[in-house]
Design a binder for this molecule. Structure first.
Ligand code: PEP
Ligand code: MN
Length: 362
């Protein structure tokens, strides 16, 4: 048992530095058969490094499936024994940590709903004091990088040596194409702050559906993420949680095969790689900007309709002057010239007026 545990520790060490690192498994452990069959089919793909499953599920509303609990841990241990895959589960309390470690879980992760709460993160950290186990921490559900950094610092402070990050997107009000908006500039900023730290993308929780999984995964790879955590299930449509976003192990394998992994071109000069990364960042920020401007125009449409219903003109010059004055002030602080601000707002203003005009004459 001891040598087995030791070799599993070594294997886990290898996985920690393997690129890309692929973590997969069901959103939730449901039954012993489901866990074992998922694990077997995943290992058969030859592309998965670590088996995941949610044992305790933080659900938005009571009455939803809140996880199988402790009962699922021996199933995970058995799955590891059969497949040789290291296992990982989400922990949110000291008791979860204790139970998971009791069943030799090889890696833990802190979920997005836990990262938002410093009391909970600290409780988990206190339980990890003096324990040698790798821990991944998901971004908080709200776009607050300091909370994410705070969680990392708390883990490091209690002596956790291997800390990694998982980007799973940020919750937004209303319906957007994503279940959780990726806001790529935020993980990019985390990469800037923690350049050596493992950074994994979780396209499943970003997308909330199967159709966009591959493109989001590809985006993260292009941004030089170190790996993926993707939920998989033997019968996705009938999963007890997150049914819409899970895929079969075979579909996962196909998808991983289709992804284009940026090759580590050692001949390439370092500056070229750096340049490519920076350009990638700019592309993604531009993409975000366009999305935001699109959203802005949707609001302009609503305003147009409102003005029409109330018989008010489109143009209120004072309001526009106020916007410009504020933008000049902010632009000054951000190092943006007045010339740029004027051009940008002229363009946006014109587009906005055109939108409102169209609505008024519809
Ligand atoms: C999960 O990974 O199953 C999960 C609950 O994710 P998140 O914490 O990102 O919502
Ligand atoms: Mn899930």
């Amino acid at each position: 048992m001891q040598t087995e545990t030791k070799s599993m520790k070594d294997l886990m060490q290898e996985k920690w530095t393997k690129r890309p690192l692929i973590i997969s498994g069901p959103c939730s452990a449901e039954t012993e058969e489901q866990v074992l069959e998922t694990a077997t089919r995943l290992v058969n793909t030859g592309k998965v490094d670590i088996l995941r499953a949610g044992i305790w599920k933080p659900r938005t509303k009571p009455g939803m499936f809140e996880g199988i609990g402790m009962k699922g841990l021996p199933w995970m241990a058995q799955a590891k024994k059969i497949t040789g895959l290291p296992i990982t589960v989400e922990v949110a309390t000291a008791k979860h940590v204790e139970d998971a470690l009791h069943f030799d879980v090889d890696m833990l992760w802190i979920g997005a709903r836990t990262t938002v709460n410093p009391f909970s993160v600290q409780e988990v950290c206190d339980a990890l004091r003096g324990v040698d186990v790798p821990v991944l921490i998901k971004n908080p559900i709200n776009p607050d990088l300091e909370l994410w950094c705070g969680g990392i610092e708390r883990l490091q402070k209690v002596g956790v040596k291997q800390v990694g990050m998982i980007h799973r997107g940020f919750s937004n009000y209303g319906n957007t194409e994503f279940r959780n908006a990726p806001m790529w500039h935020l993980p990019i900023e985390m990469k800037r702050r923690f350049p050596e730290m493992l950074l994994i993308c979780d396209p499943s929780h970003i997308c909330g559906n199967r159709t966009m999984l591959q493109s989001v995964a590809q985006k993260s790879i292009d941004l030089d993420f170190n790996g993926l955590m993707i939920e998989s299930h033997i019968d996705p449509d009938n999963a007890w949680s997150d049914a819409k976003q899970q895929i079969t192990p075979e579909r996962l394998s196909e998808m991983l095969g289709e992804l284009i992994w940026r090759s580590e071109n050692t001949d390439e000069k370092e500056f070229l790689t750096a340049l490519a990364t920076l350009r990638e960042q700019i592309n993604h920020i531009d993409d975000e900007l366009l999305t935001l401007i699109g959203q802005r125009m949707k609001i302009a449409d609503k305003i147009g309709k409102y003005k029409k219903d109330n018989n008010i003109t489109i143009l209120q010059t004072n309001r526009w002057n106020d916007i410009l004055a504020k933008a000049f002030k902010k632009g000054d602080k951000l190092g943006l010239s007045k010339e740029f601000i004027t051009k940008y707002f002229d363009a946006v203003h014109l587009e906005s007026i055109n939108h409102q005009n169209k609505v008024m004459n519809d």
